[in-house]
Design a protein around this ligand. Structure first.
Ligand code: AMP
Ligand code: MN
Ligand code: MN
Length: 316
C-alpha cells in the first residue's frame, strides 16, 4: 500500500485507533497524522482518538487529538483505522462506518481479512507503526517527530525488541528511525520502563496476590474496582503488570484482569511458549496476537479463571 495514492484528492481525512490506546496505537496514529499533514497540506486531517496517557505527551501533535466524538455532520472522505479492526474503534467507529473510503492498517491475527475497503493487515509485523513506516512512500518527508512517534510504537509492541514479533526488518526500520536523531534512550525510559510510585505499588499488590495454577504453568492476578479507587488508578496505570507476571519461571500463560463493571473484567493474556493466546481470547470474543491477547469477559473472577483454564488446557 502507498498511503498517498489511497488518500489522494480527499478533502477530509480521519485517523483513529483502538480504545484504551497503547504505545503502538498512539505512535502509528500520530506518525501517520504528522506525515499526511505534510504531504496533503490542503486536506483537513483529524485524529479522532481517546485521550492518550500522559507519557505520550512527548509525541508531537497529541494536543491536536479530538476526543469529543461529536455526532456526524459531514462524513470523512477517507477514514483510516490503525492497530485494530473497526469494532475496537470505540466511539470513532461511526466515523469509519460512514466514511467515503475506509482504510485499515493492522497487525492483529484476529483481524485476518481487514475491515476496510482497502486493507493492509500483516499479522507477522511487529506493530502497526512498522506498517505505517512501510506505507509512507516519500521517505524524504519523514522527520524526527514522525520517526519518534513510529519508534515509540515499535518499542512498545516489541517490549523494546524483546518479543518474538521482532524481525530483522523491525530492527532495520528502527535503525532508520533512530538516524533521525531523537533521544531514544530517554523515550524508552519515559514511555516504557518508568512507573509512577502508585503504578509500582499496584503492580506490587498484583504480584503479591497472584495465584499459580495448572501445576505452575499458569499465573493469574486481579485488581478490583475498590483497589483502583483506593490508588486513584486508571486502566493505563496497570500496563506492564501482565508482562511482569509472565516473567515468572515455569509459567507458560500469564493472566491479568481488572474489574471494569459489575461482573465484568478486562482480561490480558500473555504466552511464554507454544500456547496461542489469540485463540483463547478469540474464543471469548476478544483477540490479539499469538503471544499477547485480550478480551472483556463477564462473570465472577473464579468463573472467568475456570472458563479460561478450560480453553488453555485444550492447548497445553
Ligand atoms: P492487552 O492485554 O490489552 O495489552 O492486549 C494485548 C494485545 O491484544 C494487544 O495487541 C491488543 O491490541 C489486543 N487486544 C486486547 N484486547 C482485545 C480485544 N478485545 N479484541 C482484539 N484484540 C485485543
Ligand atoms: Mn495496540
Ligand atoms: Mn499493535
Amino acid at each position: 500500500m502507498n498511503i498517498f495514492e489511497e488518500v489522494k484528492g480527499a478533502k477530509t481525512i480521519g485517523i483513529s485507533g483502538h480504545i484504551r490506546p497503547d504505545g503502538d496505537c498512539v505512535g502509528s496514529v500520530m506518525g501517520l497524522y504528522l506525515y499526511l499533514k505534510k504531504i496533503c497540506p490542503k486536506a483537513k486531517i483529524q485524529v479522532m482518538l481517546e485521550q492518550p496517557a500522559d507519557i505520550f505527551s512527548c509525541i508531537a501533535g497529541v494536543e491536536e487529538i479530538n476526543s469529543d466524538f461529536e455526532p456526524i455532520t459531514d462524513c470523512f472522505d477517507v477514514f483510516i483505522a490503525l492497530d485494530c479492526e473497526k469494532t475496537r474503534l470505540g466511539e470513532a467507529e461511526k466515523y469509519f462506518d460512514h466514511a467515503g473510503k475506509k482504510i485499515n492498517i493492522d497487525h492483529h491475527i484476529s483481524n485476518a481479512t481487514g475491515c476496510g475497503d482497502v486493507n493492509f493487515v500483516v499479522p507477522t509485523a511487529s506493530s502497526a507503526s512498522e506498517l505505517v513506516y512501510k506505507v509512507l512512500e516519500d521517505k524524504s518527508q519523514i522527520d524526527a517527530e514522525i520517526a519518534k512517534a513510529l519508534y515509540i510504537g515499535i518499542i512498545h509492541d516489541t517490549g523494546v525488541f524483546q518479543y518474538s514479533n521482532t524481525a530483522p526488518e523491525t530492527l532495520e526500520i528502527a535503525a532508520k528511525l533512530i538516524a533521525y536523531g531523537f533521544d531514544f534512550p530517554k523515550l524508552i525510559d519515559s514511555t516504557f520502563y518508568e512507573k509512577t510510585y502508585v503504578q509500582n505499588q499496584i503492580m506490587g499488590r498484583a504480584l503479591l496476590e497472584s495465584i499459580l495454577f495448572m501445576d505452575g504453568k499458569c499465573i493469574v492476578s486481579m485488581i478490583d474496582k475498590k483497589t483502583m479507587a483506593f490508588y486513584n488508578a486508571a486502566p493505563h496505570d496497570l500496563d506492564g503488570i501482565v508482562n511482569q507476571l509472565r516473567n515468572t519461571k515455569g509459567v507458560e500463560c500469564a493472566i491479568f484482569m481488572y474489574e471494569t463493571g459489575s461482573l465484568e473484567y478486562k482480561v490480558s493474556l500473555r504466552s511464554n511458549g507454544e500456547l496461542d493466546v489469540a485463540k483463547v481470547a478469540s474464543f471469548f470474543g476478544g483477540g490479539g496476537h499469538v503471544k499477547a491477547a485480550g478480551v472483556t469477559m463477564q462473570g465472577t473472577f473464579h468463573d472467568i479463571v475456570n472458563n479460561l483454564s478450560a480453553q488453555i488446557a485444550k492447548q497445553l
